[in-house]
Design a binder for this molecule. Sequence first.
Ligand code: PLP
Length: 378
Amino acid sequence: MTMFQPFELERFFAKHEFSAKWLLCSSDCETFPVRELLAMDPDALDRLLDLRLGYTETRGAPSLRASIADLYAGLGADQVFVHAGAEEAILNLFMAELSPGDTVVVNAPCYQSLGEIPRALGCRVVDWNLRVDGQGDAARWTLDPDELPGLSGGTAKIIVLNLPHNPTGALLTRDEFEAVVTYARRTGALLLVDEVYRRLEREQARRLPSVCEVYENGVALDVLSKHSGLAGLRVGWLASRRADVLDRVAVVKDYNSICSSGPSEVLAEIALRSLDRIVGRNRALVARNLLVFERFLAERPDFAAWVRPEGGSIGFPRLADGSDAESLAERLVAEAGVLILPGRFYRYDQAHFRVGYGRANFPDALERLGDWLDGRKD
Ligand SMILES: Cc1ncc(COP(=O)(O)O)c(C=O)c1O
């Protein structure tokens, strides 16, 4: 018997991701071939070809950790811990820090592992619900930091935030974020911020500092999958000034992946040297696709509406007639090969669905959706 509930979103993707022609709900940005990555740096090919294929260091190659640490003000290589994607880092951190009966506050809806792993470990998981604040163009998804004392009761071992948020694209303001940090500091809670969509804020000025820069008990999570489109590398990391937390994570990691893949580490380091270029390209795609999608929604008010995401590469529209997005998704993928992700996989209102707008073929996929909607006979 497994302690985990099935990861429903992953099962849905497993069923459709490699057969549906038009993916309209991918969370990662556009990817590119190894050849293009190697061309970004004159030494790259030699470094890859000369790599000896033995085990690597459990916490990641020192040079890779140094490159990652350079992304954060005031952090060094010892405060970075490389993992096989963000997913392994989430599991290892929770296994390292949580015991049955601990309280964990998690933003809701959430990427399933952020809530499900603590639950499976026997913790009391308290939802911190996102809400829509404001009307019309001023509407935004947000979390109210004033709710934290009531939810945590001062006892939460870990407060978990994902900013920009999957699936709504919510982003806190600087003041809201500081209020969360202040509360965590007062109660001594660890603050895990899943920052895998950071750098994809609509307005760069809205980018929040990483939690590992501003909070001594902060743990930042990032990965090259989303903003950089390099999910196949499976290189993610935790960054934190809590040496004891990273030491406990190391104990867990010895029981699963032991260390990351050497070739992936080399390629990740090459990507980090060109991070601004890679992310800049994806930011441009996201900005273009957002305009295209907003035009689509404006032309089809009977189809769906959304609260505009403030960051990331995904958003969470709602079907205008309040019907079940899952039956729509099943018909859509069967009849037009277009994949959307039903809100049910977030244990949320069934009329919501996720769209992902970080891919180059987003306008074409949307056109297929439009054609299908135009020809649909209910
Ligand atoms: C919020 C969030 N965290 C973590 C992950 C896991 O990232 P990876 O698949 O690169 O391990 C995802 C992937 O969709 C995500 O959306």
